[in-house]
Design a protein around this ligand. Structure first.
Ligand SMILES: Nc1ncnc2c1ncn2[C@@H]1O[C@H](COP(=O)(O)OP(=O)(O)OP(=O)(O)O)[C@@H](O)[C@H]1O
Length: 318
């Protein structure tokens, strides 16, 4: 299994040498996950689903899956018809670190039996210097959500289940949790782009909400646009910023620059980010940990890491 860079020519060399199928990983499917994975060979589909630990998604519609769930279903689909060589474009984006670790192991195993696997991961590129500037926020920030519950249309279970979040000081809070735990849904509710079925949400003022960007791949334009979006968020004078996976697809240089500016911004603004990014988590002042739509930890980030087995400084897999 080989990491392919857009910058050093390894991507082009791999494509020329192996003529692989290139899987863009931004494909959308209709219907249920089980139907999709059974479409080529039900037996193979079931085995791949078991290996990737997504059996539970079989009855779910693809468009009702969370970003990370969709991503892993795309990987499963790409592996269905036993390709000889394959390039996966950003296969790890949106995956929580444990799913990521697991997928890496599985891909290594598959490449061990003779399948040439290349993958891109923009976070590993060292190029792409960028500087971010910020404006201080001037208004007093506040978020006040009390006993909020939300169930997506036609879903049996609640994505957000009796959640209370009260914040009224500047700072950087990360929402952490496994794929499908409800992070994006909670941000959407706080941003008021969804209405809770129960409970109430009050906010002092307009919030800036940046959804996770669905664009992916070797598209310099999309990358530039993401950089520009992040920059404009940092310039916005609003006191409340709600950002969904802001660092996805940034190179390490871009990420360092962004995190530096975000920390400065968080001295005057209340910043809430849904993320799997360990470096972003490390810069946070506070953590909200979601499991099955419920808050199971809320408070100081250092305390969170002290108490956590999975997310402590020493045990993090990333
Ligand atoms: N548009 C939708 N329609 C139906 N169900 C949805 C929809 N969006 C999300 N869900 C479901 O709500 C639950 C929470 O999803 P959400 O996207 O909030 O999780 P997440 O923690 O942000 O996941 P990820 O880390 O993969 O981005 C999941 O079970 C998901 O399948």
């Amino acid at each position: 299994m080989q990491w392919l860079s857009y910058v050093d020519g390894s991507f082009e060399r791999f494509v020329e040498r192996y003529r692989p199928r290139v899987i863009e990983m931004n494909q959308s499917f209709s219907g249920k996950v089980g139907h999709l994975l059974s479409s080529v060979d039900p037996f193979r589909g079931a085995e791949i689903a078991t290996l990737l630990q997504i059996d539970a998604l079989y009855p779910k519609r693809f468009d009702a899956c969370s970003s990370g769930e969709q991503q892993i279903v795309r990987v499963a689909y790409a592996l269905l018809d036993r390709p000889d060589s394959i390039v996966l474009i950003e296969p790890f984006r949106h995956l929580d670190s444990f799913r990521r670790e697991h997928l890496e192991m599985l891909l290594r195993r598959i490449s061990g039996i003779g399948v040439q696997i290349g993958f891109t991961e923009r976070a590993k590129e060292s190029s792409g210097e960028m500087t971010f500037t910020f404006n201080e926020s001037t208004t007093l920030p506040s978020i006040d959500a009390t006993d909020v519950s939300y169930r997506h249309p036609l879903q049996a279970t609640y994505a957000i289940d009796h959640v209370t979040v009260q914040m009224n000081e500047p700072g950087l809070t990360v929402i952490v949790g496994t794929n499908g735990s409800g992070k994006s849904t909670l941000l959407e509710l706080l941003a008021r782009s969804r209405r809770p079925l129960q409970g109430r949400i009050k906010r002092g003022e307009r919030a800036v909400y940046l959804p996770a960007d669905p664009e992916v791949g070797p598209f310099p334009k999309a990358e530039k646009r993401r950089g520009a979006q992040l920059q404009s968020v940092l310039h916005d004078p609003s006191g409340v910023l709600l950002l969904d996976e802001p660092t996805v697809d940034l190179t390490s240089g871009e990420r360092d620059a962004f995190l530096e500016a975000l920390q400065q911004k968080a001295k005057s603004a209340l910043v809430v980010c849904a993320t799997h990014d360990m470096e972003l988590i490390q810069t946070a002042t506070d953590v909200i940990y979601l499991a099955n739509g419920q808050i199971v930890f809320q408070g100081d980030r250092i305390l969170f890491q002290d108490r956590s087995t999975l997310w402590s400084h020493t045990s993090s897999p990333s």
